[in-house]
Design a protein around this ligand. Structure first.
Ligand code: NAD
Length: 294
């Protein structure tokens, strides 16, 4: 049993913390929202008065927060209070620069640190099947791996500090672009009188094959479990896709990478969000594209 501080008990954090409790760890949790603390308590988490109290006596500190500014400010608050060699794991999806800043704050206080964003959504968080993309020194990763296991289907050590966030935004840039590509193909097929099933049967076993088509098909029918069959209830909300595409564009700008398709995907998801799609699944972009037809 390990004592783990868990800060940020929202849609993702609460089910992740619950899986750590189920695995036999003592979890000391904190969140700013009282209702989230009630859920945590019901799941067996010891609810603490603030982040500093959560960190007291903890060997591991996990954060699951909205954005980079929250992670940096929480690290600045609690890193001075943690015992030397405590391992900090940040699983939030944040910009690479803030992730590197968080590693630096931890390093200044003699702590170990790993950035370990996840893919798999709230379903994966509840089932304990998240994919973790980890960045950090070998020693920190070796200590993080067994802690992440009860929450994970897969754990990949991507490289040094910030490499986990880099992998996450590169993956999600592929996803955003490919979902738009698959959606455009279905919209064109409709205009050409080709059935959804016929396009699916051909493309799913041809060179157009990809996850956005075969696992998450944006039209109802061919893949019964995809959100298109449930009126585009998320799943993975378009607002979160836009967040990740913006992070990718920020990183592309800062590093000088040429990503015109990523930029276009970010623009299209911004328009889809602005026109009411933010809470829909990101595959609902197909309806936005149909609305643009001449
Ligand atoms: P959420 O908004 O439900 O949870 C974030 C929690 O952090 C909130 O409960 C908030 O009160 C808390 N918080 C903010 N500042 C705090 C502070 N200073 N101290 C303590 N608590 C604080 O968001 P979520 O859906 O759980 O996502 C968390 C992170 O995971 C985000 O970075 C998101 O991009 C990423 N993510 C989400 C999903 C998803 O499907 N929801 C999937 C993959 C990654």
């Amino acid at each position: 049993m390990t004592t783990i501080a868990f800060i940020g008990l929202g849609n993702m954090g609460n089910p992740m913390a619950a899986n750590l409790v189920k695995a036999g760890h003592a979890v000391q949790g904190f969140d700013l929202v009282p209702a989230n603390l009630d859920t945590a308590k019901a799941n067996g988490v010891s609810v603490m008065a603030d982040a500093a109290a959560a960190v007291a006596g903890a060997e591991i500190v996990i954060t699951m927060l909205p954005a980079g500014k929250h992670v940096v400010s929480v690290y600045e608050e609690i890193a001075p209070k943690a015992a030397p060699a405590t391992l900090f794991i940040d699983s939030s999806t944040i910009d690479v620069a803030s992730a590197r800043r968080a590693h630096a704050i931890a390093g200044e206080h003699g702590l170990l640190s790993v950035d370990a964003p996840v893919s798999g959504g709230t379903g994966g968080a509840a089932a304990g099947t998240l994919t973790f993309m980890a960045g950090g020194a070998d020693e920190a990763f070796a200590k993080a791996e067994p802690i992440l296991k009860p929450m994970a289907g897969r754990i990949v050590h991507c490289g040094g500090g910030g490499a986990g966030q880099a992998a996450k935004i590169c993956n999600n840039m592929i996803l955003g672009i490919s979902m738009i590509g698959v959606s455009e193909a279905f919209v064109l097929a409709e205009k050409l009188g080709l059935s959804h099933q016929a396009l699916f049967d051909v493309a799913s076993t041809s060179s157009g094959q990809c996850w956005s088509l075969t696992t998450y098909c944006p039209v109802p029918g061919p893949v019964p479990a995809s959100p298109a069959n449930k009126e585009y209830k998320p799943g993975f909300a378009a607002a979160l896709m836009l967040k990740d595409l913006k992070l990718a564009q920020e990183a592309a700008g800062a590093s000088g990478a040429v990503t015109p398709m990523g930029a276009e995907a970010a623009q299209l998801y911004a328009l889809f969000n602005a026109q009411g799609g933010a809470d829909a699944d990101f595959s609902g972009i197909i309806n936005f594209l149909r609305g643009k037809e001449a």
